[in-house]
Design a protein around this ligand. Structure first.
Ligand code: LLP
Length: 447
């Protein structure tokens, strides 16, 4: 490889004169040797810098209008105890959406007040653990959940801080599966139908619940600010209506996550600074128009924090030229992972790129497709990429921007062990999530 454009590759990735990729000064050939492939390679300083940058940009922009901001790291993107500690040390709180994420944040030592819990179908166990640990907020996602949380709080003798997730009708995001605020999907309480308002009325009538405010998450991989602004206006409208009717002005508004990143050469991720400034402007203007005070704000970026800070390191196996129907040719490059460590290509038609990272090549670039080792032809990691014609077994290939929803959506399809996550740039390179072994896989089979 010859270059590592910074929006695409981790900030401390560099390519040396021999075409070898280094991360924070560490040669990827050594990482492959030591930790095996496939592995997710995490640039720790890049992760911490992105977390700090998001916090700074959002708190800075909203300070201009006199509003406080909390940034929650949406841990579904990728979570381990080390990652929870790093982003928390940079001033972020942790947003969780399952027992596993919640338990991991707790094990990392994150104080309850700095954890949030989401979920459209929370289990009793999740609600109880959250309340026992004193989480800062539970985000209510349905009407029946209100009574369930209230009863759990009463049983534990605590008051549960809650927000209401509002379906604003805003449709945004990179793919329909990840757009979350239009009516015809499973999340939240509809603004249009009155369900969101009904939830607010029910919550304030329950002394076991403390109503903090309103929440909106419109979707994911969003590159423009308009959807967030529309959602902010919708939430502020509901907040003003509720204040008018009840005299209670809700203190907090959460505008969710969804900030997009670059996946291909030439693409740019969302620039958070101008977007934060624009959102602060919209919130101030809308509050002034409504005669309302400016609320406290929170955000939940996941992908934008961790996505660009990791890449997947694969070893090339079989290389096969294939003749296409139109007479053209495509090089099928099989790597030692596939849809079990990156399902996004198959699931969302997501586009990635890949580069040879263990040597330079004098060979011309040819049309290639990077595929995995799984037993289906949809097992594609990178649909279309130019790679050197002399690519051969043993070469190392890397796909950048796999930090978010790569390892976190990994599966054991074909009973393939899931890759580990190797942290680089924080002392000696080390696994923060261990690679699974065949023994791990077999250990689950108790039949
Ligand atoms: N907050 C809530 C309530 C969410 O549902 C999500 C993502 C986030 C925050 C963080 O969104 P982010 O900043 O990471 O875009 N598996 C899909 C993404 C699903 C996102 C689900 N919710 C993908 O690989 O694109």
């Amino acid at each position: 490889m010859t270059s590592t454009p910074p929006d695409l590759w981790p900030a401390h990735a560099t390519s040396d004169g021999d075409g070898v990729l280094h991360v924070a000064g560490v040669d990827v050939r050594d990482l492959a040797e030591r930790f095996g492939t496939p592995s997710f390679i995490l640039d720790v300083a890049a992760l911490r810098d992105r977390a700090a940058r998001y916090r700074r940009a959002l708190t800075g922009a909203f300070a201009q209008i006199g509003a406080e901001v909390e940034v929650y790291y949406a841990s579904k993107a990728f979570l381990s105890t080390a990652v929870a500690r790093w982003v928390h040390a940079e001033g972020l709180r942790i947003d969780t959406a399952s027992l596993g994420e919640l338990a991991t944040a707790i094990r990392a030592g994150i104080p309850g007040a700095d954890i949030g819990l989401h979920g459209n179908n929370k289990s009793d166990e999740e609600i109880e653990l959250a309340l026992r640990h004193g989480v800062g907020r539970l985000v209510i996602d349905s009407l029946p959940e209100i009574g369930r949380v209230a009863r759990a709080a009463a049983a534990l003798g605590v008051r549960a801080p809650v927000m209401v997730r509002v379906t604003t009708g805003v449709h945004a995001g990179g793919h329909d599966f990840i757009a979350t605020a239009h009516e015809d999907q499973k999340f939240g309480l509809s603004l249009a139908s009155g369900a969101a308002r009904a939830a607010l009325d029910e919550i304030v009538a329950r002394p076991e619940l403390e109503l903090l405010g309103l929440h909106s998450h419109i979707g994911s991989q969003i590159l423009e600010p308009e959807g967030f602004a529309a959602a902010a206006r919708a939430l502020l409208g509901l907040r003003a209506e509720f204040a008018r009717d009840t005299g209670t002005e809700l203190v907090e508004l959460d505008l969710g996550g969804g900030f997009g990143i670059a996946y291909l050469p030439g693409e740019r991720g969302m620039d958070i600074e101008p977007v934060a400034a624009e959102l602060a402007r919209v919130v101030a203007q809308e509050c002034a128009a409504l005669g309302a005070s400016v609320p406290r704000l929170s955000f939940e970026p996941g992908r934008a924090i961790v996505g660009p800070t990791m890449f997947t390191l694969y070893r090339v196996g079989t290389v096969k030229p294939v003749t296409l129907d139109d007479g053209g040719r495509r090089l099928y490059v099989s790597v030692d992972g596939g849809m079990s460590d990156n399902i996004r290509t198959a699931l969302y038609d997501a586009e990635y790129t890949a580069a040879l990272v263990s040597r330079s090549s004098p060979a011309p670039a040819v049309l290639a497709r990077v595929v995995g080792k799984h037993c289906e032809s949809g097992d594609i990691v990178v649909r279309e990429v130019a790679l050197p014609a002399d690519l051969r077994a043993g070469d190392l290939l890397a796909t950048p921007a796999t930090g978010a929803y790569g390892r976190s959506m990994a599966s054991n399809y074909n009973l393939v062990p899931r890759p580990g996550v190797v942290a680089v740039g924080d002392g000696e390179p080390r696994e923060i999530v261990r690679r699974e072994t065949i023994d791990d896989v077999l250990a689950l089979d108790v039949g």
